[in-house]
Design a protein around this ligand. Sequence first.
Ligand code: FES
Length: 206
Amino acid sequence: MQYSQKVLDHFMKPHNVGKIEKADIEATEGSPACGDQVSIYLNINEETNVIEDIKFQSYGCASNIATGSIITDMAKGKTLEEAKKITWKEAADALDGLPPVKMHCSVLAVDTLRKAIKKYEIKQGLIPEEKFSKKTIVEELKKVIYPGVGEDIVTLKMVKYIGFEDGIVTIDVEIPKFDKYRDNVAEEIKEHLESYEEIKDIKITL
Ligand code: FES
């Protein structure tokens, strides 16, 4: 697999690695695509909402470690508002690109940062706790990367229908019968959604 020099540099000497013992907030996320995990720890200035310290621990692959390193660099010194706008594409670009099948690794790192920020904002009463809705499903589907091109299935307009009624999620995805990633995509959709207690069943039509 072809990695950029920047990915290799951040993988070999990652920045901001470790745990903040007295972190204001921490979040851990796992990737349904590969089972890897990343944790992010934040210390935030209560007056200014600036991220003063940030560290990460990765139990993932080289791309995940490199993305953890670059996004913690990118987020340090930023306000929460600025940091939550960092996208996985920006992180991948800052690493001079990632192979398409590895894009989910940068999604995982960025998603964990966003989760930590959201947890902090809820804890501080800055935002209300979000209720589960169709929007939640769309947000989860935006994390499902089609490995063939390294882009999410919502942006690629592969999702044709989303329904949610009586705890049953119905999703229609357009993907050719002969596509080798068909089963991976279906599996990943399920794994992203099944942790929500509001969901009782997931029906995917491919
Ligand atoms: Fe698991 Fe990269 S393959 S995070």
